[in-house]
Every structure is written in C-alpha cells, then in structure tokens.
Design a binder for this molecule. Sequence first.
Ligand code: GN1
Ligand code: MG
Length: 367
Amino acid sequence: MTTEINLIAIAEQFTSQGQVTGIESLGNGNINDTFLVTLDSLERKHFVLQRINTQVFRQPALVMQNMRILTDHVSADRLKRTPANRPWKVPRVLLTQNHQNLWTDQNNGCWRAISFVENAQSFDTLPDNSHASEIGYALGMFHNLISDLPPAKLADTLPGFHITPLYLQHYQNILAKANPHTSPEVKYCLQFVSDRTTFADILEDAKATGKLPLRLIHGDPKINNVLFDTTTQKAVSVIDLDTVKPGLVHYDIGDCLRSGCNPMGEEAEHWEKVYFDLDLCQGILEGYLDVAQAFLTENDYSYIYAAIRLITFELGLRFFTDYLAGDVYFKVKYPEHNLARALVQFKLTESIEAQETKIRQIIQDLK
Ligand code: GN1
Ligand code: MG
C-alpha cells in the first residue's frame, strides 16, 4: 500500500502551481487506483491522480496517446457549440513538470493526472427515470463527439476486450486447470455458462459478416462513469477514457444498459433479488436514441437486445473466470468477491432473457 507521504510526492510531480493540501481515494474502480488531489491554488482546486494497472493495460503510453488524440479531437471550441443549456465537459490529461503524461515511481508504479470535473456526481444505481434518460443522452453525446474521428487513429489498448468468444476460450482454459470448490453457487455458474456457449459468438459473427461496422467506442460506459451536474442533475461528462478504441457501439449500449437497469447494483448483497428494470431500460434507450438515431442503421437496432444480454453475460463470465483463476484481474475486497459479482451478472442475464419480448418491444417502439 502506498503511504500518504508517497502519494503527496507523486501528486506534486503533476503540480505547476499550488500546494497539495489533501489526497483521498476516489470512486470504486475495479482496475486502477484513483485519488482526488486537493490543491490550495485558485486556478485548479482539484485533480484526479491515478495509478494505472499495468497488469491490465500493458502499454500505458498507448492509453495516454489515445486519450490525448481523443480529447484534442473534442476541442474546447467544439464544446462551445453544444447547446447553452447543455454544457459538456471532457476530462483533460495533465502533464508532469517535465511535460510527460506519465510518471513512474521507484516501484515501477505508473501514474497519471487528469482534470477533475467540479460540481459533479455519479451514481452506482439510478435514482429515477429522468437520470436514466440522461445516462442515455450522455452515451449518445459521447458517440456523437467521437463519430468523426477515424477509428484507425486510436490504438487497441486492450486486445480482446469485449470479444466474448475469447473470454469463453480463456474461461475454458482456466476451468481445465482449476479445481473449484463446488458449492451450489459455483455449480449454478458452471451450468449457466455451459448453457450459453453458442450464444457467445453473436456480436463477433455480426462484425465478421459486415452486419455491424467498427466504430469508436467508450468500452466502459457503466453508469458511474457518467457525471451529473450537482445542481441541474443533467449529465455533463463521460469519464474513464482508458478503453476508448475501435469496437461495436453495441458493446457500449449493452454495458450501459446492464449497469443502468440493475437497481440492486453490481455489488448487490442478495444476488437472488437482482433484476433488469424495464422502465430504466426505456429511459436509457429513449435518451440514447434521441441523439443516436441519426447514425444507427436497421441492423444496429436488430442487435440491441442481443447486446444487452451478451455484455451482461460476458461480465459475469469475466468475474467468474477471475474467481476461478484466483483473482488476478479485478481488485477484490474478500475471497469470494468475484464469485458474488458473477452471480449478480448471471441473475441479471436471466432476468433479461425472461423479459426478451418486452425489451424487444421497447426497442421497436423507440425506432
Ligand atoms: C472494470 O475499473 P472499472 O471499474 O472502470 C472493467 C470493465 C467492467 C467493470 C465492471 C478495463 O472497470 O470492463 O465492466 O470493471 N474494466 C476493464 O464494474 O476490464
Ligand atoms: Mg474503466
């Protein structure tokens, strides 16, 4: 664990004016370590300091390069052209005193700093339907802002990310070596995955056969990556730009809905009670399609249901695999944490499957 003293010294690498007056943990990301730094400067009161998990992001320089290309593309000038009542913020990369976008500590920890959006908050579960449509609006706005940046300009910082058949293959490899304690929960997960193996290819097949085009995507638009203005409660920013890369917008739509329509949250204590909420689904899709209708094709619509189901299943599979592998990818707070997370996503998948007709109807009616 990094000591407070170290953190201050690290934060100071990124400060050109002002003294660091405080550092606290920020958010509950599963991969990187994130801190909020407070300064005594009038110009910049806070910034976000992050240690990049280089076990996951093997080429952090590429992650930073992507972030720079993306945020330069969405210039301040362009943001001024968004409607006056709809301000939009883009987190910016802050440089070290030596003008670098990364700083490596003596333990090889890889650090970066990002501007902090003031007067904003995020939610782990959605308080109501108006927030749901704002989440959808935010994802649509994000897709719109990057839609004229050619996908090939950004590097693939995480090969295999959201390629479900590869996660399945990895699961099978891990399972062949693992000797899991076969509790009823583990048995449920094993059966759950084995019943859905043929479904894993659906989006990759659509991509390979040209039914769905490669576009730039966020990669991780779970709802707590959307910031709301604390006063207006309107969405003002989408953060966490590590996984922006070429992909299918369906990964994003699926991820946004799986996280937004789960009122019990990803870390729900009672996984048996987890369900997919149709009103929130309607709200998010309304908000999204309001903005995205302009660039979606008939084929895009026809894969939305499959995407919601697949990305939820995929995250469950990723958590379960990590549980079997001994927690090597996601940070855990207790030994069965990844198993508990997997159960939540599988239960949510079940609820999505049980409501397929209704979900398809919502999509159809919004077209
Ligand atoms: C991870 O670290 P965080 O919380 O931003 C993961 C996402 C998952 C998410 C589930 C690079 O994101 O894919 O959907 O956990 N990010 C990576 O909470 O694997
Ligand atoms: Mg993330």
